[in-house]
Design a protein around this ligand. Structure first.
Ligand code: TXA
Ligand code: MG
Length: 328
């Protein structure tokens, strides 16, 4: 795998049907030409991702939205103006430029305009849409640094564009605008409250909502077992895990730094996250990777209140804690 900050090289690789891993403000993406079935097929192979899981198409701006989607509702245009570039993905009815493989056969497409300057430069240099899932192996924790990508995907990537650490740290918020009332499919880097200022209250997915497979019960999962609980339940959870696993188990508590003052006697590996929820989101995935690297068996994670970015952080912790029985 080639790695560096050479934009012209990255653009050439995309143009040749290759795979470029690149930074966005949320997480690193594994990109290919969104109009090429053959190029996009390589993404699924590299990630070990089932073909039916649709990919997000990244665009340089919202100006060419009509090339990529059809029957665009007014709420989507308002959201695009208010939130792009930024950590918002909109599900719309798919337009003719989207390769069939990109959407896993679905008639809808996820579109997003990322805010990261390197992603912006890559999209402008390339000129087309870039289909990109998070640049990790299927089901694993998303990468927020170039080193994470190299460790997960290595030689499966043709060029790794290194843009440092991602600022938001959790994936984009996904809103379905393809079927009437806007529905929140995945909480993420843009808080629900900000979106609802534009759209009014978001609906919850019903039986006919397009499945967003990234919302499988177990996803975003490290190797360690994760237990997600309210902060005041942390001591009881530690005692419970010790009782089940015995004193040899390596237990970590993942919580905001100031929360540890309430637990002077826990005798666990303490992983201190920033106290503000944006900092927590930014640090979360690197923390889960660090804890795996430290050989931790069980991570007891304190859930933040479900407001603002706390909704996304809580969602990812619950999924990391979910049953490990998804296809992989
Ligand atoms: O922040 C992000 O969204 C990152 C960066 C790289 O942009 N991308 C990302 O992609 O998280 P991925 O593939 O790891 O997660 C995208 C989620 C998946 O759960 C996928 O199923 C869902 O979006 N999705 C994509 N297109 C969809 C569609 N047409 N209908 C329903 N869900 C869709
Ligand atoms: Mg992903």
């Amino acid at each position: 795998m080639e790695r560096g900050a050479d934009l012209a090289r990255a653009v050439a690789v995309l143009g040749g049907g290759g795979l470029v891993a690149f930074p966005t403000e949320t997480v690193y993406g594994l990109g290919a030409d969104a109009s090429s079935d053959a190029a996009v097929a390589r993404i699924f192979a590299a990630k070990g991702r089932p073909r039916a899981h649709p990919l997000i198409v990244h665009l340089a701006d919202g100006a060419r939205l009509d090339d990529w989607a059809i029957e665009i509702p007014e709420a989507a245009r308002r959201l695009a103006r208010a939130a792009w570039p930024g950590p918002l993905t909109m599900i719309l009815r798919k337009g003719p430029r989207v390769a069939a493989v990109t959407t896993g056969g679905a008639q809808t497409v996820g579109l997003r305009v990322p805010a990261h300057p390197v992603a912006q430069a890559l999209l402008r240099g390339f000129g087309g849409g870039i289909a990109a899932p998070s640049a990790n192996r299927f089901g694993a924790v998303s990468p927020t640094t170039a080193d994470h990508v190299a460790g997960d995907l290595g030689d499966a990537v043709d060029y790794l564009l290194d843009g440092g650490a991602c600022q938001v740290g959790v994936e984009s918020t996904i809103v379905d605008l393809s079927r009437g009332r806007p529905v929140l499919l995945r909480p993420g880097g843009l808080a629900r409250e900000e979106i609802e200022l534009i759209t009014g209250p978001l609906g919850v997915p019903d039986a006919e909502a397009p499945a967003a497979p990234g919302t499988l019960a177990s996803h975003y999962a490290p190797r360690a077992e994760v237990v997600a609980v309210a902060p005041d339940e942390v001591p009881a959870a530690v005692a419970g895990v010790r009782g089940m696993r015995g004193s040899a188990a390596k237990i970590a508590v993942l919580a905001p730094a100031t929360a540890f003052a309430a637990w002077p006697d826990l005798r666990v590996h303490a992983y201190r996250l920033p106290d503000d929820v944006a900092g927590m989101a930014r640090a979360l995935y690197a923390a889960l990777r660090d804890l795996d690297a430290a050989g931790i068996d069980v991570v007891i994670a304190a859930l933040p209140p479900a407001v603002g970015l706390g909704e996304a952080v809580g969602d990812r912790l619950r999924r990391a804690a979910g049953p490990r029985r998804d296809p992989s």
